[in-house]
Ligand binder design. Structure first.
Ligand code: NDP
Length: 335
């Protein structure tokens, strides 16, 4: 396969802002877009230089000149669209959360495996140079044994995104499925460890409607015994983001790294003082799409697999359950 040809399922902001560029930067071609609304599909295609538009999923998936699909609709739609794409033999890059229910996420990943197509989850943060550098520093033993981590991922949801995320429980809205799942993936990737159990408290701080949480704080135990805290929010205008990992021999202090841009800083603090750690500033989504194209060509794995998507969803569901019950909940992935 020379050029990988893509169909977009969903006329979304994330495709417009990042993923279309990342496909093209890797030599891929976006040949079609599908929206539930024909007018929106046409306008989106015209605005983004996409040669065709449709409001029919079957029409998009029936095309022989589409090799892969990017699913970036609202969360409740991912399952059926992914199952249909696997049936049609298309490689699949699916947005997180994969689904609203763990068994559905398993069905999606299993269907892709049975169809022999690549399935990936678009967890962008593990493609950040900052997180890759932190993972390497920890693996090299530069902080000794990691004991604790803190993720600061409380941001302000910009007004143009204050739609289904804050008012549509049926669409999988709320801060947990939107942001906490990214924390899970980032922690797993950087620590090379698996979450074991969680306790959590949510808040509806003025933005979330219909009972949806717009902030959550979680404490997690990992298999190694490490403990982690995460704070996610839609409502924190001035918090800034960060990620600290504290070990027996040093601490990694990263700032402005829980973001879609290749920005931020990392300092290693240890007995000999403070040391700035440099890292690659490449575009996160371009890197993700490069790995996906490689996987389609039989060269390696996607950056985040379907299994990674199952694991982050399992974490999110455990956080939601823990917040509801006030108890400690095991992260059960079914893997
Ligand atoms: P959007 O709200 O932009 O798009 C989601 C859907 O909403 C679209 O598929 C579209 O439906 C519909 N829609 C978009 N604009 C309009 C409009 N003006 N009027 C009516 N409907 C509209 O969502 P996001 O791009 O923010 O998120 C999409 C998915 O991507 C989610 O699953 C989210 O969790 C994930 N995401 C992932 C990120 C990452 O970095 N990994 C970052 C941001 C989001 P239709 O296609 O039918 O037109």
């Amino acid at each position: 396969m020379t050029t990988i040809r893509w169909g977009l399922i969903g006329a979304s902001n994330i495709a417009r802002e990042y993923v279309i560029n990342a496909i093209r930067a890797n030599g891929g071609e976006v040949v079609g877009v599908m929206s539930a609304d024909a007018g929106r599909a046409n306008a989106y295609a015209a605005a983004n230089g996409i040669p065709s538009a449709t409001d029919s999923l079957d029409a998009l998936l029936g095309r022989d000149d589409i090799d892969a699909v990017y699913i970036s609709t609202t969360n409740e739609l991912h399952r059926d669209q992914a199952l249909a794409a696997a049936k049609a033999g298309k490689h699949i890059l699916c947005e997180k959360p994969l689904a609203l229910d763990l068994s559905d996420a398993h069905r999606m990943v299993d269907a892709a495996r049975s169809a022999g197509v690549v399935f990936a989850t678009n967890h962008h943060l593990r493609n950040a140079g900052a997180h890759r550098a932190m993972r390497a520093a920890i693996a090299e033993g530069r902080i000794g044994k990691p004991l604790a981590a803190r993720v600061f991922h409380a941001v302000y949801l910009p007004p143009f995104l204050q739609g289904w995320r804050i008012n549509a429980p049926a669409a999988g809205g709320g801060v947990i499925l939107d942001i906490a799942v990214h924390d899970a993936d980032t922690l797993r990737f950087v620590l090379q460890d698996e979450p074991d159990s969680v306790v959590a408290m949510t808040q509806s701080g003025g933005m979330g409607e219909s009972g949806l949480a717009d902030a959550v704080m979680t404490t997690v135990t990992f298999r190694s015994g490490l403990i982690a805290q995460t704070h996610d929010a839609f409502t924190a205008k001035y918090a800034g983001t960060g990620f600290d990992v504290h070990g027996t021999e040093g601490s990694l202090i990263a700032r402005d790294v829980m973001t879609q841009k290749p920005v931020g800083s990392i300092v290693l603090s240890n007995e000999s003082g403070e040391h700035v750690i440099d890292f690659d500033r490449g575009d996160l989504y371009v890197r993700a799409l490069g790995a996906f194209h490689g996987a389609v060509r039989g060269e390696g794995e996607p950056a985040a697999t379907g299994e990674d998507g199952i694991r982050s969803l399992a974490f999110g569901l455990a956080v939601a359950e823990a917040a509801k019950t006030g108890g400690t909940v095991k992260v059960e992935t079914g893997l």
